[in-house]
Design a protein around this ligand. Structure first.
Ligand code: HEM
Length: 501
């Protein structure tokens, strides 16, 4: 009896001592906060807090912290810190912070914002993992091939609007894949609806834009109250977003009912091969998955494709090597196909370099610490927002020497540099489920564009080439190259003529 009491006492003392010690650990270093507002005044420019993270990472190292106003942020700027925490301790770090504007808009059930503990979370991830696996996405190669031909034809006929053609291509592939919907023109009904919804979502989730994110008690203000306009904004945008829940999904259901439908993610899920009935709950999960396929796959792929065009303008020697590989393997009398992919290692390395050189989401998507943790002598408080600072990782000189140079050779040879897929598709249980589809789309579009055209610097009014500046703008959490000019010089007129046949 006495020995049990002693053991209990020692155990309790150890727990007490340990928790005290943990409590005493400091937060990671960071810029000194101001009394009430924290570091909000230093997160500039407001739309692009990741620019401040680059500077702070240089000053404070691979793990630093800041506060906005009473929300604690921890920023991970090295692959080591990100994988040791977000991958290796995934059960602690796979939640998402609450975005109050999305809560107010009643958008908390989309996968991007859904809590790791939500009963639907696992089901969502399983559906997406299975339907976007390397094997499953082969079903969509014909859609990607067909839409790539439309893209090449548009680039040939109207090269000045290349960014619009790229956007249309990304939307067309995703809408066809998700719902079996064929985009027909520039004012396509579903493309427009989804784009507007996407803009609403980006606006509501803009980091640093809304006071309520740092002072959640503001959400209790009645919407008529002076200064509570943010609540009305959330509700208005929420209505616009909710249309995308039902309209495309019900359209596909209607097509299935009529007996004439195109194979898509939704049709495949609603008509299981074993003939089993889909419950109302499963139907809701399928509907929400189809929505995140669009939300996750549209702007990301479009951004990467625009960065590819920019990279080819800025690094013509890479383009020459890539075209030489395509000519040697594929020849000049047909376009590359998915079947050629394994035989085009330089193109594969070019795609990896594209993911690294131009991170689509420079600050990733924030994670959330579900319990208190310690790392490298620092305390990570429960509830902290964890930012994977992908932009700084992409510029890590030890991992990627000469980081601003676009050099696919980094990923070739006997000692390739660190695989950027470990970073740029995210971490832990929130890792991007669309990575295989994204890479397949990039491969097909990039190899076909390089087979068809040489992308060249634009000409000024004197007919001389000039170099467009590599400038980026941020929309929500995603980055795009700012509009720039370039030329698409046809390499093979016969091949291009075959597109119109
Ligand atoms: C170049 C293309 C793409 C890039 C760079 C990219 C990158 C990312 C990143 C960094 C995350 C956050 C992971 C994390 O929280 O740690 C993410 C999440 C996600 N991505 Fe992608 N992605 C791309 C394409 C796609 C595509 C094509 C789809 C769908 C077809 C997709 C669907 C998603 C979804 C649904 C999530 C949320 C996962 C969750 O919260 O559990 N992405 N992506």
């Amino acid at each position: 009896m006495a020995s049990s009491i002693i053991i209990l006492f020692v155990a309790a003392a150890t727990v007490f001592f340990y928790s005290r010690r943990r409590g005493r650990l400091p937060l990671p270093p960071g810029p000194p906060p101001k009394f009430l507002i924290g570091n909000v005044h230093q997160l500039l420019p407001k739309k692009e807090p990741w620019r401040a993270y680059i500077t702070w990472a240089e000053i404070y190292g691979p793990i630093f912290s800041f506060r906005v106003p009473n929300r604690q942020f921890i920023v991970l700027s090295s692959l080591k810190a990100a994988t040791e925490l977000l991958d290796a301790r995934a059960t602690t770090y796979s939640d998402r912070p609450i975005i109050w504007m999305l809560e107010l808009a009643k958008r908390n059930l989309t996968l991007f914002n859904m809590s790791f503990n939500h009963p639907y979370f696992k089901a969502y991830r399983t559906v997406l993992k299975n339907s976007l696996s390397t094997r499953a996405i082969q079903n969509y190669q014909s859609v990607q091939t067909e839409e790539c031909r439309v893209l090449l034809d548009s680039l040939h006929k109207n090269p000045a609007c290349f960014a619009d053609h790229i956007g249309r291509n990304a939307a067309a592939v995703i809408l066809n894949l998700a719902y079996g919907w064929k985009v027909t023109g520039d004012d396509d009904r579903f493309s427009t609806m989804m784009r507007l919804a996407f803009e609403s979502n980006a606006r509501l989730s803009l980091p640093g834009r809304w006071w309520v994110e740092g002072m959640p008690f503001l959400r209790f203000l009645p919407s008529w109250f002076p200064g509570a306009g943010f609540k009305r904004t959330a509700i208005d945008h929420g209505k616009r977003l909710s249309i995308t829940d039902t309209v495309p999904f019900n359209w596909t259901k209607e097509q299935i009912r009529s007996g004439s439908y195109t194979h898509s993610f939704v049709s495949e899920q609603l008509l299981p091969e074993d003939g089993s009935t889909v419950s109302a709950q499963q139907e809701e999960i399928i509907m929400r998955c189809s929505q995140v396929i669009y939300a996750g796959g549209f702007d990301t792929t479009a951004s990467s494709m625009k960065s590819f065009i920019l990279a080819m303008v800025l690094f013509p020697e890479v383009q020459t090597l890539a075209q030489a590989e395509i000519d040697a393997v594929v020849g000049q009398d047909r376009f590359p196909t998915f079947g050629d992919r394994d035989k085009l290692p330089y193109i594969e390395a070019l795609i990896l370099e594209l993911l690294r050189w131009a991170p689509v989401a420079p600050q990733g998507i924030p994670h959330h610490a579900m319990r208190e943790d310690t790392y490298e002598g620092y305390r990570i408080p429960k509830g902290a927002v964890i930012i994977p600072n992908l932009i700084s990782m992409s510029r890590d000189k030890e991992m990627y020497p000469d980081p601003s140079v676009f050099r696919p050779e980094r990923f070739l040879g006997s000692s390739p540099q660190s695989d950027p897929r470990k970073l740029f598709f995210g971490f832990g249980r929130r890792r991007c489920p669309g990575s295989h589809l994204a890479e397949a789309s990039l491969y097909h579009n990039i190899s076909c564009i390089l087979a068809a055209f040489t992308i060249a610097k634009p000409l000024d009014e004197r007919g001389e080439e000039f170099t467009p500046p590599p400038e980026y703008e941020t929309v929500g959490i995603l980055c795009h190259p700012k509009p720039f000019q370039c030329r698409f010089i046809p390499r093979n007129q016969d091949l291009l003529a075959s597109l119109s046949q």
